[in-house]
Structures are given as structure tokens and as C-alpha cells.
Design a protein around this ligand. Structure first.
Ligand code: BF8
Ligand code: SF4
Length: 626
């Protein structure tokens, strides 16, 4: 069916186009419609020039000297206001990732104490490796005893007052020295986040440079701390991912099955939902209701988590969550935390879909709250799945519209899996980089954003990189976008440049490696640190670059900041709300180079964005003499 210009301008993904057509037919509103109603967006907000930190405000600074106020009521300038707003976004993002990490530490603690209902320590090799990093005795001890000590040690990272975050010591020595020298080597994770909130209170830190340094410090506590803890402890509990085949896009929903979507972020919930859906009694019950079985699929980062550990299909990325409900084929949309649109409540009411919230931290209008806890995890998961099964009888088959689109993909390239694919050492990768077969490594990550045609930024940027022999690692909603485009298959190496194609063919790997959810960007850092250490250089010396072509969340701001703080040049595909301060813009895009050896660039054209990354890699190669 030919779609209107409007729909074609909203997304490049065929399933999304079909569902947007369906939404129009049913007169249902989506994020794109709400965005249009929002236009024009507030110019002060876009520039970061609005402050409502105290109740003398809101204050807004005119971007033009002669047409309005240049200072807030307290005297804060544009530079101060923009810097404060920016680092409060970092605090929000770091808090979200790190609280996710804390929840995993809590689950490990309960599991080690024998108090959790259905979890076990699955990866003992990783458990021992992490224990060694913390200098925990492993010899002759049970996995529960080691797990208990490890859980207590990682738990302590959040509230630590002095010292350093242990996993940050995976970074090359030079990087750690540089952080110390710049005063941005983080102490406890919570401490840095709290300090942002303190410093940005009215009348505290009013030096934009000092504010931004605290932002960077906090972001490092996220990337090398909270996020790394989330990744590592997930691996201990649920297994370190290995390459596995999966499928993506809305066509993974099935006409004859009870469809359950697990949406959100923390695998603590979704792992149990996946296990509960295999319960013979529930499967029987589904069949008794006339369904062929139970079909659990993932959405957003939860999708990444369960696909890379179990090959569970992924229904879509951030902007597809409403469209999944509009298929009319979803019995339950089960959510925990982060990136869940409150719009789902009203939308689910137009269908039979049950919108089930599970976290005490995240309740939604129109949702049924079935609170989840680790102690009774399996029991509650079965109850939730049972609710979905019962709801199958309420499906109105006349209202069902599932686009047929699905794409196969290969997911689950943890750092360990990459080393394994390379034959047990990093050497083949280093050799390929040195010979120029691989020009460099890119980490392409992040969200969808209605300000950009859905998936286009992700797909075009990644295609351009692989064409130029750049090996791409990906996480989050970028991973889902490029998987839908068929780039996450070994066959996709046909679209890569000659050098990269040769390497992929020799190893049987795709040119784009799926490394997981957004907290798993810590895996990308681990790979960069290992390559830098092997070459005896700092991360900032490597031909590596990052990109977030369609970013929107505060988590993405924290991610971008820790990636740059780790020495990796990063291209942003949507414009951050900082342009109201030429000083802050200058710090982020130029001066940061002098402090952390990397900076941001903003480029909304994905091909040009890839070009900036490639030019950066060429320059780094030249400096390394390779
Ligand atoms: O943590 S990429 S829209 S789902 S914030 Fe959210 Fe952005 Fe997707 Fe995962 Ni990450
Ligand atoms: Fe205005 Fe200053 Fe209060 Fe911000 S902190 S709202 S700039 S008076």
C-alpha cells in the first residue's frame, strides 16, 4: 500500500510505516502526532536557556544581547544555566543506569543468601574473575560464599565516600592518571550524583567549567561503575552472552499465540517472565484458551537483554512501543523501568491489551500494578504470565493487524564472546587494525527521537561506517534498528568494504556486533581498554569513535559524557540543549580535547557524521604510525 508523504517522512522501517498507516485508519495518536502538536518547541528550552531551579524563576536568558535579559534573577548567566541544566541531565541518566546496577547487586545478594525465588549464579567463571578484581578469596569456597562477598563489594560502590570505583581501574593506567589530574576520578557512584544536585542548587557552583567537570566525573561513575556493575552482575546471574540467532521487528508477534511483550530494562524481571512462559501448566492453559502457545518477545533494552541470552525475538525499538499495542495482538505489555511511554495507558484501553507495571519505582496511568520482588520472583512471574494467558479470550481478532516484517539477526557479542570468536586472543583484531583491513572500531548506540526520521540516522550512519571498513559495535535502540535493516548477519559483510568483509568472512561474524543493552556500553569500554592496553597506549590514541545518531534520553547524555571522558570522539545526531551558551558549546566540542583527549561533534546528517568518525580514525592511525 502506498503511504502518505507524512508517514514516509516519519520512519524508514517498513513495519513502522505500515503501523503508522494503521494508526491513521483507527484514528489513534502516536508520539509523532504529539510531536507535531508540540511545534514550535520552546526556543529557550531548545537552547538550554531556561532555569527553574528556584522559585524566583522561571528565568530565561535572551539569546540576543539587545532584546532581553542576560542574567537570571540571582545573576546566573547563560553559561551557568546551560551548564547546570546539562549536568542535571547527566545526574538523571547516571542515576537511572546506576539504580539498575544496584538492583542487580541486590538480586545477587539475595541469591547468594538463598533468599531469592528462582535465581541462581549461572556464570561461575565470571563470578571468579570479578571476585579477583575485588581481591575476594575464591579458593575452596562455594559460589554462594563468593557471590555474597562480591554482592557486598559492588553494593558498597554506590554509597562509598572515598576511594575509587573498582571497575574504573580496567581503564588504561594513563587514562586513570589523566582522570586524577583533572579531578574527575569518581568516588562512590551515589556521591557524585548527589554532588551534582548539590552544586546545581541555587547559589552553589557557578563556574561552568567546574560544573562540567563534575558532570564528567559523574558520568565516569556511571559508565565504569553503575553500568558496568549492571552488565557484570547480569552476566553472573543470567550467563555471559554468546552469539545466538534471533529475529526482530513487529512481525515477531503471532496471530495464534498469546503475545507477551517484556519492555523496559532490567533482566531481573524479564528473565523470570521468559522462564514462567515455559511453565507446562501455563502453556496448557494457553492451549485451553484456544491459543497455540505463549510467545514472549522483548522491546527496547529488555529486548536486547533477553534476545542475547535466549534468542528471544525483539518486537522493536523505542518509537515502536505504541505501534506494538496498535497491532491488537498483544495480551500483555509488561514493563519495569525506563523509556516506557506513559501514553501506553490510554492506548492499551483502546484494545484488550493489559498494561502491567511491576516496579515500585515506576507506576503508570491506566496500568495494572503487579509488583515484582526477587524473593517471590517465579511465583509473581507466573501470575503475570497467567494474566496475559487469560486475556487471550478477550482478543478481538477483527482488530488484529500484524505487519509481516521480521529480520533475522545474530546477537550476543559480549567482550568474552568477541575474544572467543577471534580464537582466544585479541591478536587477530589488533593485526587487522594494524594492517588497515579494519580502519577502526565504532560504538554506535542510543535511542530513537521523533526529531529524526525513525531508524534512518542509525542505519545510514552504520552502513557508511562498514562500507569504509569500520567494525561497528552497537547497543540499545541502535542495535535494534540495524538488526531490522539486516546488518547484524554474517551475510551483511557483503555490504562492507573489502578489508572488513575479509575479516568477517574469516571469522564468520557480522560487520556489526550486537553488544547488548545501553548499560552494556560498558562492554564496549572493556574492549577499548583491552585494545589500548594491548598496544600500550591510551584509549584516546586508538582509531575508535562513538555515535548516538537518534539520542533523546538523559541516560544518553551520561553515556556520551563518559564515552568522551574515556577518550573517545563522539558524534551526536540530534542537537543537545546547550547552544545557548557559546562557552559550554566550546568546552564540549573543543576544549574537552585538552582535558580528556576527546570531544563531541554535532552532525544531523548521518553520512557526514560517519565521515567525521572516519576522518578521526584516519588521524589516529596516522599518529600511531599504522
Ligand atoms: O537504555 S537506547 S530509548 S531503550 S535510553 Fe531508551 Fe534510548 Fe532505547 Fe534502553 Ni538506552
Ligand atoms: Fe532564576 Fe537563578 Fe532561580 Fe535559576 S536559580 S530560577 S536563574 S533566580
Amino acid at each position: 500500500m502506498p503511504y502518505s508523504e507524512k508517514i514516509l517522512n516519519r520512519s524508514v522501517d517498513p513495519a513502522t510505516q505500515k503501523m503508522l498507516g494503521r494508526a491513521e485508519e483507527l484514528d489513534l495518536e502516536t508520539a509523532w502526532d504529539r510531536y507535531e502538536k508540540m511545534l514550535p518547541q520552546c526556543g529557550f528550552g531548545e537552547l538550554g536557556l531556561c532555569c527553574r531551579i528556584c522559585n524566583m524563576g522561571p528565568c530565561r536568558i535572551s539569546p540576543f544581547e539587545d532584546t532581553g535579559p542576560q542574567k537570571g534573577i540571582c545573576g546566573a548567566t547563560a553559561d551557568i544555566i546551560v551548564a547546570r541544566n546539562l549536568i542535571r541531565m547527566i545526574a538523571g541518566g547516571a542515576a537511572a543506569h546506576s539504580d539498575h546496577g544496584r538492583d542487580l547487586a541486590h538480586t545477587l545478594l539475595l541469591t547468594a543468601q538463598g533468599k531469592s525465588g528462582g535465581y541462581e549464579i549461572k556464570d561461575e567463571i565470571k563470578l571468579s574473575a570479578l571476585a579477583r578484581e575485588y581481591r575476594i578469596e575464591t579458593q575452596g569456597r562455594s559460589k554462594e560464599d563468593i557471590g555474597l562477598d562480591l554482592a557486598e563489594s559492588v553494593y558498597a560502590e554506590f554509597g562509598k565516600q572515598e576511594g575509587f570505583v573498582q571497575f574504573s581501574r580496567r581503564a588504561p593506567k594513563k587514562r586513570v592518571e589523566l582522570w586524577k589530574k583533572a579531578g574527575i576520578d569518581p568516588r562512590g557512584i551515589d556521591r557524585e550524583i548527589v554532588e551534582i544536585m548539590h552544586r546545581t542548587h541555587i547559589g552553589v557552583d557557578n563556574d561552568p567549567v567546574n560544573l562540567i567537570l563534575q558532570g564528567l566525573k559523574t558520568s565516569i561513575a556511571d559508565g565504569w561503575g553503575g553500568s558496568a556493575i549492571a552488565t557484570e552482575i547480569s552476566d553472573v546471574l543470567f550467563g555471559t552472552p554468546e552469539p545466538v540467532r534471533s529475529m526482530v521487528n513487529l512481525g515477531v508477534l503471532k496471530h495464534e499465540h498469546v503475545n507477551i511483550i517484556a519492555h523496559g530494562h532490567e533482566p531481573v524481571l524479564s528473565e523470570m517472565i521468559v522462564a514462567a512462559a515455559h511453565d507446562p501448566k501455563l502453556v496448557e492453559q494457553a492451549k485451553a484458551c484456544g491459543a497455540a502457545g505463549i510467545n514472549v518477545v522483548g522491546m527496547c533494552c529488555t529486548g536486547n537483554e533477553i534476545s542475547m541470552r535466549h534468542g528471544i525475538p525483539i518486537a522493536g525499538n523505542f518509537l515502536q512501543q505504541e505501534l506494538a499495542v496498535i497491532t491488537g495482538a498483544v495480551e500483555a505489555m509488561i514493563v519495569d523501568v525506563q523509556c516506557i511511554m506513559p501514553a501506553l495507558g490510554d492506548l492499551c484501553e483502546c484494545f484488550h491489551t493489559k498494561f502491567i507495571s511491576t516496579s515500585p519505582k515506576a507506576k503508570f496511568p491506566g496500568a495494572i500494578h503487579m509488583e515484582f520482588n526477587e524473593e517471590h520472583a517465579m511465583e509473581i512471574a507466573k501470575e503475570i504470565v497467567g494474566t496475559a494467558v487469560e486475556n487471550y479470550a478477550n482478543r478481538n481478532k477483527g482488530k488484529v493487524f500484524i505487519p509481516e516484517d521480521t529480520t533475522d539477526c545474530m546477537v550476543g557479542f559480549s567482550a568474552e564472546a568477541i575474544v572467543k570468536a577471534l580464537g582466544g586472543t585479541l591478536d587477530p583484531l589488533l593485526d587487522a587494525i594494524k594492517s588497515g583491513a579494519i580502519k577502526g572500531i565504532a560504538g554506535v548506540v542510543g535511542c530513537n527521537n521523533v526529531k529524526i526520521k525513525h531508524d534512518e540516522g542509525h542505519v545510514e550512519l552504520v552502513k557508511e561506517l562498514i562500507r569504509n571498513n569500520v567494525l561497528v559495535t552497537t547497543t540499545g535502540c541502535n542495535a535494534i534498528a540495524v538488526a531490522k535493516a539486516g546488518l547484524m548477519l554474517p551475510e551483511a559483510s557483503a555490504q562492507a568494504g573489502e578489508g572488513l568483509r575479509g575479516v568477517c568472512q574469516a571469522l564468520g561474524i557480522p560487520p556489526v556486533l550486537h553488544m547488548g543493552s545501553c548499560v552494556d556500553i560498558s562492554r564496549i569500554l572493556t574492549v577499548c581498554a583491552a585494545v589500548a592496553n594491548a598496544l600500550g597506549v591510551d584509549i584516546s590514541d586508538l582509531p575508535v569513535a562513538g555515535a548516538a545518531p537518534e539520542w533523546m534520553s538523559e541516560k544518553a547524555v551520561s553515556i556520551g559524557s563518559y564515552v568522551v571522558s574515556s577518550g573517545i570522539f563522539t558524534v551526536l545526531g540530534t542537537v543537545p540543549q546547550v547552544l545557548g551558551s557559546p562557552l559550554v558549546t566550546q568546552i564540549l566540542t573543543k576544549t574537552a580535547n585538552d582535558v580528556v583527549g576527546a570531544a563531541f561533534a554535532v552532525e544531523t546528517d548521518p553520512i557526514k557524521g560517519a565521515g567525521l568518525m572516519i576522518a578521526h580514525m584516519d588521524a589516529k592511525r596516522k599518529a600511531l604510525g599504522i
